[in-house]
Design a protein around this ligand. Structure first.
Ligand code: NAD
Length: 500
């Protein structure tokens, strides 16, 4: 009998108001049930938002260093439990253990950084234009924050929003992806043990339209922090923006890894294999397009095929595996449909393009797939596939490489392989992306640096590091006048003119 997991609202583990649950299974072995999770609806969301609103004043008045100390305690538990948490993620989401370890480590590093932020959270002290006056900024929390996350980074994503939101004094309601609620439950068990007060952090599991949308629409929500698809993000921007809520969106990518003709080709191919196929390509930053100088393209494709042939597809718990399953049957069909689209568009299918479930015990496995001779306007070169598919586009020279890299609606991550510093720096200047890597693939940002994308990838915010503190606070400008008289800014300010 599968275990049943509950929502966490107001400091209590509770079932959904309708009593309905849904079943979560292992994508490598769909017969293996992970557990039954609450299928929440609007009344559960309302209870969670109400609990968060009630807890708001006390939490925002709790000194930030103390809030940071609670986060530090939770982080220490994440460190102790890292191996078992990584296994939980692999069972639920499929990716190989090393990728799941990265996922937990991202949560840990975020916790470490944000715990320290409790003793920083700097404002500015600036000179006033008037004498005997102090001018400064302090930070207030935004209020009650809705956190909505995707399934591909089941622990890192909730954590890297939760920790900065909490240290800044916000209270939160988290709605994790329906495919990965177990990692979120484990994270909330840790928050509870670490002493996060009742109501400060709440968890509601369930489906997007049934639990996510009511959360976005709830009048008690002051801010929505969302990571997921462009389609859903746009919808959230309209509904939450219409109510003038703060909205932070991180969405898809179609990231280009550029190989210039002078690149170290072994290094570039190793980078492309990691960037394209780790997490089975289910990364917003995946190196899904290879933009290769025509003069070296044959060599690159040949080496890629060799590297891809050696990749082992299988259960992520098996240490021999390089590429785990896709998240669910729908995603498998979607990725396979793109193979058909690529073939119909006239790109050359070099290797892969097959469902492997029958050979591998019925899981949602897909073979690493390579398209060559794609043109930049093909759908496989424009749309996010979110699977183990790399599309090669051959170009003539640096200028065309950069134009092709910039030629999609997305602007998340880009990479350039070259040995020439001047060519590298010209590319950095021209690439329209939130992240640029030189001689490294498009994946693997670090938690103390800003993360996010331009164009349709985001709406101008950045996650992580100090950027997250900006996102989760309101700036309050404070003037302290000790002149003992009325001083009028821009009227009574000394001008420096010589007295008449
Ligand atoms: P998704 O948009 O389908 O779902 C994301 C979350 O939104 C889930 O929790 C889902 O339940 C919820 N949701 C769905 N409909 C909703 C609605 N109407 N209202 C409110 N919430 C709703 O995305 P996904 O399939 O889980 O994740 C894959 C996508 O996430 C890809 O596009 C990927 O590029 C993107 N992603 C982006 C980043 C980034 O930082 N830019 C990181 C990871 C993933």
């Amino acid at each position: 009998m599968a275990e049943t997991y509950l929502n966490y609202i107001g400091g209590h583990w509770v079932p959904s108001s309708t009593g309905e649950t849904y079943r979560n299974t292992n994508p490598a072995r769909p017969d293996e049930v992970i557990g039954e999770f609450q299928r929440s609806g609007p009344s559960d969301v309302d209870a969670a938002v109400t609990a968060a609103a009630r807890a708001q004043d006390e939490w925002r008045r709790t000194p930030a260093p103390l809030r940071g100390e609670i986060i530090a305690r939770a982080t220490r538990m994440l460190v102790e439990r890292k191996p078992e948490l990584a296994e939980t993620i692999t069972r639920e989401m499929g990716k190989v253990l090393v990728d799941s370890g990265y996922d937990v480590q991202g949560a840990i590093t975020s916790g470490e950084y944000m715990a320290g932020e409790g003793r920083r959270m700097f404002g500015d002290t600036v000179p006033s234009g008037l004498p005997n006056r102090l001018a400064m900024t302090v930070r207030d929390p935004v209020g009650v924050v809705a956190i909505i996350t995707p399934w591909n980074l089941p622990m890192l994503m909730p954590a890297w929003k939760l920790f900065p939101a909490l240290v800044c004094g916000n209270t939160v309601v988290v709605k994790p992806a329906e495919d990965t609620p177990h990692a979120a439950v484990r994270l909330f068990q840790i928050l509870e043990e670490a002493g996060v007060p009742p109501g400060v952090a709440n968890l509601v599991t369930g489906y997007g339209p049934e639990a996510g949308q009511p959360l976005v629409d709830h009048p008690g929500i002051d801010m929505v922090s969302f990571t997921g698809s462009r389609t859903v993000g746009k919808q959230i921007a309209v509904s939450a923006g219409g109510e003038l809520k703060h909205v932070s969106l991180e969405m898809g990518g179609k990231n280009a890894l550029i190989v210039l003709d002078d690149a170290d080709l072994d290094e570039a191919v190793t980078g492309a294999l990691w960037g394209g196929f780790s997490t089975a390509g289910q990364r917003c930053t995946a190196s899904s397009r290879l933009v290769v100088d025509r003069r070296v393209a044959d060599k690159v494709v040949e080496a890629l095929v060799e590297g891809m042939s050696a990749l082992v597809v299988g259960d992520g718990l098996d240490p021999e595996t390089n590429v785990g399953p896709l998240i669910n049957a729908k995603q498998l069909e979607r990725v396979h449909a793109y193979t058909g689209i690529g073939v119909d568009e006239g790109a050359e299918l070099v290797i892969g393009g097959e469902k492997l479930g029958d050979e591998l015990g019925g899981g949602y496995f897909y073979s690493p797939t390579l398209f060559d001779h794609a043109s930049p306007d093909m759908r496989i070169a424009q749309e996010e596939i979110f699977g183990p598919t790399i599309t090669v586009i051959r170009v003539d020279g640096d200028e065309e490489a950069i134009a092709v890299a910039n030629g999609t609606r997305y602007g998340l991550s880009a990479a350039v392989y070259t040995r020439d510093t001047a060519r590298a720096l010209r590319a950095v200047a021209e690439l329209k992306a939130g992240l640029v890597y030189l001689n490294a693939p498009t994946i693997g940002s670090e938690i103390h640096l800003p993360f996010g994308g331009t164009k349709d990838t985001g709406n101008g915010h950045r996650e992580s590091g100090t950027a997250a503190i900006e996102q989760f606070t309101e700036t309050k400008t404070v003037f302290l006048d000790y002149s003992g008289t009325l001083q009028r800014a821009h009227i009574d300010e000394p001008t420096g003119d010589a007295p008449a």
